[in-house]
Ligand binder design. Structure first.
Ligand SMILES: Nc1ncnc2c1ncn2[C@@H]1O[C@H](COP(=O)(O)OP(=O)(O)OP(=O)(O)O)[C@@H](O)[C@H]1O
Ligand SMILES: [Mg+2]
Length: 459
């Protein structure tokens, strides 16, 4: 049997010694002694520790926030206890390490250790407002420890790397919001944007889609380019085409792809240029400003006259709008996309369309066969069908919008019936088209005859 008596008596002696020391030596002296010991041990230690506090005065420390997000990705694999939470504004679960837990990490062959330190204090001593009425609060900080010789690398490369990763995670995790001045949710309480449209379900020409996605990719990666060239980090798109060709759907796909908030601006409810300026200034970075049907909301021809008329009514003028799009104060934000839509591009003032304002003009047109196949995949879950050949021929002859096709494919019937109905619909459209062409030909023939007769009479 194992004899526990010596252990018990040794522990009793330690407790006795500590009690005696605590009673005989004043507390302050003991603290100084302990701190000196700590200092001495640090002096000879090969380790270096960075302390990252949660608050600097009242402001939250961004390095702490970044460390928290970054460590969330490590916590599930390297510690024994993690905290998990999710808020309304986030898409995913987030993991945090618990107090006093250590997480190891490796960066380019350098081993580092992170530890979350929490100290309970009287809340009246804390400046920041995060802690409310409870009498006790925590001051939190992370300690990042590594070998002294890697100090420069950690400061110059590892911490920026942590900040960068955290930023990307945060950006991808925030739920998209749709702000609208029409519903008074421009500045606060915008609803979540739940539109499911994506580039996987958008039915547009494959080539055009690739071009748009490449353009967006280039834009988000181009921070350095914009800085170097002195340009504001923003990009303007004009989407034009007949109703139902997917302009609004494309905006939804763009927002979901970039994870940007949407600011849907109804110009008819903006009081004046000043109001417009305030709204633009109130937008967050990484967002899309959308002005739909731009030709209907502001009269964009005869720019000079319009300005006078509009000013009289204290409304937004074209120059006010142009300033909003690329005036000096429009550059206060970064990663801005501006999208105008119209069914009538020819009605727009050329000033609005010049490069720099509208960098890319995208024509969304009637449905071709590749866009049709995407719609059939979305609605009927099929990629092939014996009726496809017939449909391909008809789509080459008839103008039909994706919205019209979508309507045909959402009928309560099986795939074959839906496609047969679509063929009937296309054939009916073709008939109407043929009849119209015949009528036009007849009229122009008549006109030629009349012209000839009157010429003969004159002669
Ligand atoms: N390219 C498309 N891909 C997938 N669905 C589409 C496409 N175009 C239209 N649709 C379908 O048709 C509906 C109407 O399309 P959308 O609102 O995007 O058209 P629009 O071009 O913005 O029309 P408008 O000029 O009238 O505003 C969408 O809800 C969607 O279901
Ligand atoms: Mg639309």
């Amino acid at each position: 049997m194992f004899d526990t008596k010596p252990i018990v008596s040794a522990m009793a002696s330690i407790v006795l010694m500590r009690t005696i020391t605590n009673e005989l030596i004043p507390h302050e002296v003991l603290n100084i002694f302990q701190s000196a010991l700590h200092h001495l041990s640090r002096h000879f230690s090969a380790q270096f520790t960075i302390v990252i506090e949660e608050f600097q005065g009242r402001a939250r420390n961004q390095v702490f926030e970044a460390a928290q997000i970054y460590l969330g990705t490590k916590a599930t694999v390297s510690v024994e206890r993690v905290k998990v939470n999710k808020s309304e504004d986030h898409k995913n679960l987030s993991f945090n390490i618990d107090k006093n837990e250590e997480v190891s990490d490796n960066f380019e062959g350098i081993s580092v250790k992170w530890k979350l330190i929490c100290i309970e204090v009287d809340s009246s001593r804390i400046q920041h407002s995060d802690y409310d009425s409870s009498p006790l609060s925590e001051i939190r900080s992370y300690e990042l420890t590594f070998h002294k010789k890697h100090k420069n690398k950690i400061f110059d490369s590892y911490l920026p790397y942590v900040m960068d990763i955290a930023k990307k995670i945060k950006q991808g995790d925030m739920a998209i919001k749709i702000h609208s001045n029409y519903y008074d949710s421009w500045f606060s309480e915008p609803p979540k944007f739940n539109h499911p449209m994506s580039f996987n379900t958008l039915a547009i020409d494959e080539e055009l889609q690739r071009e748009i996605v490449d353009d967006l990719d280039k834009f988000v990666r181009a921070r350095e380019f914009y800085r170097r060239t002195g340009k504001a980090w923003k990009r303007g798109y004009l989407l034009y085409g007949p109703p139902g060709t997917g302009k609004s759907s494309l905006i939804a796909a763009m927002a979901n792809y970039l994870n940007y908030d949407i600011y849907d601006l109804d110009l008819t409810t903006v009081g004046d240029n000043r109001g417009l300026r305030e709204m633009i200034l109130g937008m967050s970075n990484r967002s899309i400003l959308v002005i739909e049907d731009i030709d209907c909301t502001i009269n964009l021809q005869n720019r000079e006259d319009e300005e006078v008329v509009n000013n009289e009514h204290n409304k937004v003028t074209l120059s006010g709008l142009l300033n909003a799009v690329d005036g000096l104060w429009s550059c206060c934000k970064e990663e801005h996309i501006i999208v105008f839509t119209t069914n009538h591009k020819e009605r727009l003032d050329p000033a609005l369309l010049r490069p720099g304002r509208m960098d890319k003009q995208i024509h969304l047109s009637y449905c071709n066969f590749s866009a049709f196949k995407q719609l059939a995949t979305n609605y009927l879950c099929i990629t092939e069908h014996e009726l496809y050949e017939k449909i391909e021929v008809l789509l080459g002859e008839v103008k039909i919008t994706p919205a019209e096709i979508a309507e045909e494919l959402t009928k309560d019937a099986d795939a074959t019936e839906c496609l047969q109905d679509l063929i009937k619909f296309l054939q009916a459209k073709k008939m109407i088209m043929v009849e119209r062409i015949k009528r036009v030909k007849k009229i122009s023939k008549k006109n030629i005859i009349i012209k000839n007769i009157s010429k003969q009479r004159r002669d």
